[in-house]
Design a protein around this ligand. Structure first.
Ligand SMILES: [Zn+2]
Length: 303
């Protein structure tokens, strides 16, 4: 029996621009670090989804082409890394369209998915999912289903679910993977959590999900494999940020290679061909909203 395929994703952005100051020019490190990731994936024969910032696609179109030529999926990470909850709906629509156009121009392939910068779709931002569906996207992967200090939607399903939008289009959400520990959901498989926690935490979380027949959705950044970036930066970087964002970067590539070997992986878009299997009857019903609260439905929707 083939192993269940988990969802492998990368957010392609330049760390100083996305984290320190959105007005900074991009550095070539985003290109070089992403090439390193592509080399790693080619070496182990794994494909994934690359959520690319529109600004990166405009600045480094060759990089976007190489992602596509490697058999990976291209998706949007917004245009300039502005958080969704800081935008009005029409600003978000403009940002989304601009990012999609940049990526499609560079990559020559259709964009179907989106991930919000810093997982910035919170419980009051469901309108963003409606706009994505209206703009022709087929899925989102921005919801972190835990009660985080900066982001997260505690009420959300922890596993993939359908979004029933007013436009009637089929739309799927792939929430980021969490693990439940003593009744509390904790992030388990990506970003700083993967970098700082022991490898066995992510492995156990993914194995547990796979035993339940559900895929994990994991996320990484190419810059997390750049151990020298923060030390060499000429920007003023607070020590708290140097530690939280820079610690143990040198170990990420090795841990990721191990993770890719221990489980089976695919791009998020591959699951769109079997939506019922992915979402298991879970749905967020936006159709009565914004007149009333969105409804979380379980096993009431035909897949
Ligand atoms: Zn990002």
């Amino acid at each position: 029996m083939p192993r269940l395929q988990n969802i492998l994703t990368f957010d392609v952005e330049d760390w100083p621009q996305s984290t320190l100051d959105l007005s900074l020019p991009l550095t070539p490190r985003v290109r070089d670090n992403t090439h390193r990731v592509l080399d790693l994936l080619a070496g182990v024969g794994v494909r994934g989804t690359f959520f690319v910032l529109g600004l990166v696609a405009e600045t480094f179109p060759d990089l976007v082409r190489r992602i596509r030529e490697g058999g990976h999926e291209l998706a949007s990470h917004g245009y300039s890394h502005r958080p969704v909850h800081g935008m009005r709906p029409e600003e978000f629509r403009t940002d989304l369209r601009r990012s999609i156009a940049s990526i499609e121009d560079a990559g020559g392939t259709r964009v179907l998915g989106y991930r919000a910068p810093d997982f910035s779709i919170l419980a009051r931002d469901w309108w963003a999912l409606e706009i994505m569906a209206e703009e022709g996207l087929r899925y989102d992967s921005s919801i972190f289903p835990f009660a985080g200090p900066r982001y997260g939607v505690r009420a959300a399903f922890a596993l993939p679910f359908q979004v029933l939008s007013a436009s009637g289009s089929k739309f799927v959400e792939f929430p980021l993977t969490t693990v439940e520990c003593l009744g509390v959901r904790l992030p388990a498989a990506g970003g700083g959590y993967f970098r700082l926690a022991p490898y066995c935490v992510s492995r156990a979380a993914i194995a547990r999900l796979n035993r339940r027949g559900a895929p994990a959705t994991c996320y990484f950044h190419p810059y997390e494999m750049d151990a020298e970036e923060i030390a060499r930066s000429r920007q003023a970087i607070p020590w708290s940020l140097r530690l939280s964002q820079g610690l143990m970067r040198a170990r990420v590539a090795g841990k990721l290679r191990r993770l890719l070997g221990d489980f089976s992986w695919c791009p998020a878009g591959d699951w769109l061909g079997r939506p019922g299997e992915a979402t298991g009857g879970r749905a967020l019903d936006l159709t009565p909203w914004p007149g009333s609260e969105p409804r979380w439905l379980v096993r009431e929707v035909a897949s």
